[in-house]
Design a protein around this ligand. Sequence first.
Ligand code: GCV
Length: 671
Amino acid sequence: MKHLLLVCWLCCACLQGFAEDGSRLWLRADATAKAVVTANKKSPTINIAIQELQTQWQGNAVKLNIQNANKNKALNDAYTIAGDAKTGVSISAFSDRGLLYGAYHLLRLQQTKRLVYPLNIQESPKYNLRILNHWDNLDGTVERGYAGRSIWKWDELPAVISPRYKEYARANASIGINAAVVNNVNASPQILRTEMLAKVKVVADILRPYGIRVFLSVNFSSPTILSGLPTSDPLDAAVQQWWRNKANEIYKLIPDFGGFLVKANSEGQPGPQDFGRTHAQGANMLADALKTHKGIVMWRAFVYSPSNDDRAGQAYMEFVPLDGQFRDNVIIQVKNGPIDFQPREPFSPLFGAMKKTDVMAEVQITQEYLGHANHLAFLAPMWEEFLNSDTYSNGKNSLVAGTITAMSGVANIGDETNWNGHHFAQANWYAFGRLAWNPQLRADEIADEWLRQTFSQDADFVEPVKKMMLQSWDAVVHYMMPLGLHHIFAVGHHYGPEPWGVIPGGRPDWQPWYFHNADTLGVGFDRTAAGSNAVSQYFVPLRQTFNDINTCPENLLLWFHHAPWNHAMHNGRSLWQELCYQYDEGVQQVREFQKVWDQQAAAIDAERFEHVQSRLKIQSRDAVWWKDACLLYFQEFARQPIPYDIERPVHNLEDLKRVKLEISNHENAKR
Ligand code: GCV
């Protein structure tokens, strides 16, 4: 009897949603089905597809059908789904991976209650490479990670295998992610030691059936650091041989190894320029070592130096002249914006500018500059704006999405139970995968399907919460850096405001003033023809549009212009007034999110409800902190009152200047 009571209590608890820790992500379907699933081929990948369908598919029989393929098509992840409720469904693909993606698609339709018969679906990913970049260090810390320590337990591997590896692979496969760089771009050379490669092999073996290939970030000086070679010069024959040997060693262990990611000559990392060589010479040397194995090099364009008078323009200046010099197995990895994953940036002018070189986009899923794991910021609208920006590189309608050949996202994954720190940060991992598959998806479609799978089907929950998600990025931009302001974060950890921040003797391009330039005349970075002329890196007509203060989009005004405080905005307010109203708007938006969320207590489980509620309280307080800090600071230059119809500051500037956060990220010391 006692046992029965306990079982009943546990059942009730589950039904009411207790013990919901977010660990199941969006993959929460009951695995109690007994579907009939057949396949015309068996393989570890197809077996996963079969098992997923057998245990979750509630409909009639499913047939998995591998189609005969020529060599090219066999690499393709495309699939079709056809059938009706009576006769059953068939999923066809050229590759095993295609079948797995088809299976997850079908289950997603069921889970979101979007199954409409007869089914006639044809899917093909826009990009063949959809890759997560982990900034995970070998000691278990994660650079810019806010969800605990690394999921890769290098100390325990290869003997101990965390169950999380498989769960991670499954989650990625369910959204089409097919590759992962498992270590930080600030790469320890140690990753290439033979003992480490044996551990990486174990991870690769677990990820492979889920269609995920492993890549490594490498340190350009590895030949010198690991083997004592006198140089790591890419034109040195012994260095070239060292990399060839290393590639051979890796491919013996991991036959489908993807290749290398390289951060070179950037923020203190070594690179070819240390030896008087170009980025192309450095990248090509590695590409040659990988070529026979069909591996690729992802070479990052995130480069800037303190001597340059505008950091925003440097990547373009270094890389465009090298266009045409890279091997065909090199892809240049370019951050979405020209500075560094700021809350809002214009797209980098490198997109569309390198006509003879493959370029891939790098977006940041982890919220380094968007409130870490404390703030609810759904990033799909930002990525949607970015991917749909017109570069004009081939005339009108040359969207960023069409200029790139792959997408990478800096992961927000850690070993915390809910994977990402904030329950809603899971939506950003999800959105990245979905957009890397299909950049034409709209943010609202992605939010809708994520909410339905992760929380509830109930429209009374989905509709208001979706609206909140879709406004959340806008809100963060408003209370942190509206109108094109950028990089006015606290030095180091990048969490709170510090427009006054000074690193004594530090690099100018790491100091907030470098970016906002506030003085009694105005505020903003002059990138017009009269200033740094970074506008010239954009194609016509954008360079004129951005150059002219009257045509520059107002949400990027202070990115491109040092605008007078009394500059007339389109709505008739002065710049100073508009700045005040936008900061205030951000605060009001978060307060509204709290109201929306508080009404959902009965709609979902208590555990996740309370977790999100507590984070929204922090976000609300932080929004006021940002608003007060920035307005009180800029007011010293603008010398005008804060409009009287908006909320008054509740802090004193001097107190805010004394705030020093203890954020225990190992990387806090650097900016
Ligand atoms: C991995 C910014 C971040 C660094 C990061 C760097 C990069 O500067 O603050 O933590 O380093 O970008 O993308 O290489």
